[in-house]
Design a protein around this ligand. Structure first.
Ligand SMILES: [Zn+2]
Length: 410
């Protein structure tokens, strides 16, 4: 069998796994008949799927490759190894947080010492003057950046338009490029990009909790441009589409969430924000356009940007809370208290994050560690802060390639 035939079996396998876990298939835009076939009858038993994943891995390993098909084979093998680990979990096998992260995302998350978080909190203490705990002062300042509900859509649309315009100058988006925003409630995430195929995405924004102004660019760039929407669109355009536009690599018509591809997806989506808005450009855009549009005081923008820099350090607290909770070193109340203390969340936000951790588990590392690893790789290719043009080139090359964390030499 050729690599393409094994790739077809890979897609059928993933669709079958999706019957056992509704969160597993994040996007699928291959032949509808394949999906219909996978959904007919009762789900294939897990032991059968584990046998199948090993058979496809053997087949892919033994396939002859030509030219850049080496990356294609590595991609399939990396993804399949994660599918095998996910199936083991669905069958009830348990492993540590670190082992799970490595099996699914190809990286072993380092532990961040509490002293690192304490350091960020101490700097925050300086930044946010006044009485009360750092947590209280942070929440008070954050309250002044909350977007009134009736302005949320206008603010998001302005952020999306700007992020899209900046991205279009550097990446060849499909002519059908389209990105629709929906507002929802009752979800474990704050926003989600659902790629539909054909260059279109539906982004859902969770309105359960009040939205601070920095979420506008997070959403526009992370979920949209040059984040998830663009990553999916470029992979579809370059690989999934039939020749001559693409390569007809059918494995790119499906995106399994619990796989090494997600570290690249979340890491590039987070790092993409500063690729699109380098240096002080983010602050300028937020202060001069988004704050006024939201009816907020633009003089708050600069300090809020400095606060966000420290929040990047504190983002790693999610990994420690998740590791402690999932490895049974912290109970629910302790994990939530940890998130309140070190990620400065309110109790409601911490509870929402813990629901995310329960649902997506070690996936949390893909945001902070993914961003760190992607940034390091892009900088090693010359895409440094000092050379934003080169940074775009390296970044676009990464989001339009089948590279997995291992291929980045991480
Ligand atoms: Zn994301």
């Amino acid at each position: 069998m050729s690599l393409s035939e094994w790739a077809t079996d890979y897609v059928h396998l993933l669709l079958a796994v999706g019957r056992h876990d509704a969160n597993f298939v994040d996007a699928y835009y291959g032949p509808p008949s394949w999906k219909a076939a996978a959904e007919a009858g009762s789900p294939r038993p897990l032991p059968e799927l584990r046998t199948e994943v090993l058979r496809v891995m053997d087949g892919v390993s033994a396939s002859a490759v030509r030219g850049d098909e080496g990356l294609r084979r590595d991609y399939l093998l990396g993804q399949l190894a994660a599918v095998e680990a996910h199936l083991a979990r669905l069958q009830g096998q348990r492993c540590s947080f670190d082992d799970e992260a490595e099996a699914l995302y190809q990286v072993r998350p380092p532990q961040t010492p509490e002293a690192t978080f304490e350091g960020a909190l101490a700097r925050m203490d300086h930044l946010l003057e006044g009485p009360g705990s750092v947590q209280d002062r942070y929440q008070k300042v954050r309250e002044r950046t909350l977007v009134p509900p009736d302005r949320v859509d206008a603010v998001f649309q302005a952020a999306i338009a700007e992020a899209r315009e900046r991205t279009r100058r550097h990446a060849l988006l499909p002519t059908s490029d389209h990105f629709r925003v929906e507002y929802v409630t009752g979800k474990p995430w704050s926003a989600y990009n659902w790629y539909q195929g054909g260059g279109t995405s539906v982004i859902q924004v969770n309105l359960d909790l009040p939205i601070a102004i920095d979420r506008a660019l997070d959403l526009a760039a992370h979920e949209g441009y040059p984040g998830h929407h663009v990553y999916n669109a470029l992979l579809e355009q370059r690989f999934a589409q039939p020749a001559p536009e693409g390569r007809g690599w059918v494995e790119f018509t499906i995106y399994p969430l619990f796989s090494p591809q997600s570290l690249i997806a979340e890491g590039t989506a987070n790092f993409g924000i500063e690729v699109a808005f380098p240096g002080l450009e983010r602050l300028a855009f937020e202060r001069d356009v988004l704050f006024p549009l939201a009816g907020l005081d633009p003089s708050e923008a600069e300090r809020w940007a400095q606060v966000q820099t420290e929040m990047k350090v504190l983002a790693f607290a999610d990994n420690e809370a998740a590791r402690g909770y999932l490895d049974d070193h912290l109970d629910r109340a302790q994990a939530e208290a940890f998130l309140v203390r070190y990620s400065l969340r309110t109790e409601a936000q911490a509870a929402q994050r813990l629901r995310f951790i329960e649902t997506y588990r070690s996936y949390v590392i893909n945001y902070n560690l993914g961003e760190h690893l992607v940034r390091s790789w892009v900088e090693r290719q010359g895409g440094t802060v000092a050379d934003p043009g080169r940074r775009w080139v390296v970044f676009v090359d990464l989001i339009s390639s089948p590279r997995l964390p291992k291929a980045l030499g991480l």
